[in-house]
Ligand binder design. Sequence first.
Ligand code: F6P
Length: 545
Amino acid sequence: MDQQAWEKIDELIDKNQNVTIKDLFASDKDRAKEFSLEAAGWFLDYSKNRVDKAMMKALLKLAEKANLKEEIENMFTGKKINVTEGRAVLHTALRNCDKNAKIMVDRKDVMKDVRKVLNQMGDFTDTVRSGKWKGFSGKRIKYVVNIGIGGSDLGPVMANIALTPYTKRSMKFFFVSNVDSTHLAETLREVKADQTLFIIASKTFTTQETMSNAEAAKEWFIAQAVKAGLSKKDAAAAVAKHFVAVSTAAKEVADFGIDTKNMFVFWDWVGGRYSLPSAIGLSLMLSIGRRNYAKLLRGYYKMDRHFRTARFERNMPVIMALLGILYHNGYGAESYCILPYDQYLSRFPAYCQQMDMESNGKCVDKNGEKVTYSTGPIEWGEPGTNGQHSFYQLIHQGTHLIPCDFIGCSRTHNPIGDLHDKLMANLFAQTEALAFGKTAEECRAEGVPEKLVPFKTFEGNKPTNTLLCDQLTPETLGALVALYEHKVFVQGVIWNVYSYDQWGVQLGKVLAKGVLSDLTAKKPSGKHDASTNQLIARYRKAVGR
Ligand code: F6P
């Protein structure tokens, strides 16, 4: 982070130590309007933050000093900004709706391939949804089981829930990610083999969890087909009608036994956690149809264009990123909350968690040197109003500063009485309570007994953003995801870390292989630390080895 630019921010934090959000509103009657903006179907009100114009200017300087403009162009134009893996970062190409767009990587226009795969997905989707694609018994596909983990799961799950009103209700969608056999077993109880399509979604097609679940699903499927009267040979051949793959790895897909005709490719320039708009979104396209999927991409594209072209002072992802940095680095806020007031967005916080924490959870900068500042906040959240009856107490009156994003939609897909008004009233009221709190005097004026005043006082001055859209649609969902993706990107640029690799997940994967062989071997190696050896021994004893 640029030292000089940061010093100015620090100086302003010190200077404004005693200025509260309440004071900021009192001194500027236009504050709400001035600290709000619209983009791609979303309205952001960031007026309930600890910022004035001088602070915003100082924060923007930080972005400028990090060469943000140039970095954005580098990403959009396919420069290999994922340096440690030697890759371009082009999830934005996946939703580029400009028919004439050309984006070159290694002297190849990637847009041609992007359009080709989208068409392949669309045609396949039409065939399955119309019932033309038949299972081994001649019946249409009714159940779709996506097997994948991390980015090959969280995006499809989140979006399938978010876009439930647009889904084909006569089909049922399941997502198996965990290598815990319970996940697969419970799913298989819900489906019939002859009407099930398994999507094996894995960028590398080597991920232990996914490949183990995929193998187990294939075995189960073949056994079910034999039970239904097929010969072993025919049952094995029927795999082609019931298993498709989404991957970058053709050889591994073929080795697994899936016909590469039924493979939907994507490319190494798509990071797992950014892969929802790639073929990884196949399960989503199957559930909402190709037209709605195209609208989702259009929503992404609108936010992409906004991000690429808007001045930073009116740029939604940039502003949200800078506010996040202010609290994380300036006020030491370790965590950050995403609170969607829309049941359909129930998995959005979990989705953002991977996107953000796998991207910016880094302790070395781009020069390989230990950073001297904190990066990547801990991200969490739950839908409102449930969270209000759980952890909001700590946000209101605890000792931690937790900036929150409140996300709501003006119109519900499911109007029932005044429930939606109540939901939205709660959202607005929470941001009001967090910002303005309740003073001891106000408590006393309400007749609160003196000894209870400290307990009933709310400090306030807790920062929030409010994001509102008209309605949650494929378009607004796409724009929302792109907004958070770009926010993460901007923060990574300012923290000077590589946001698109994830070496931190490797060690555990490697060690798990060694531990697995010790769990199953005739005699364990005993080569681990004393604690791990003890745990291995205890487990072996329990399972009779
Ligand atoms: O957990 C690490 C990770 O590499 C994620 O980045 C990725 O989304 C996930 O594993 C799944 O990887 P794949 O799609 O290759 O199976």
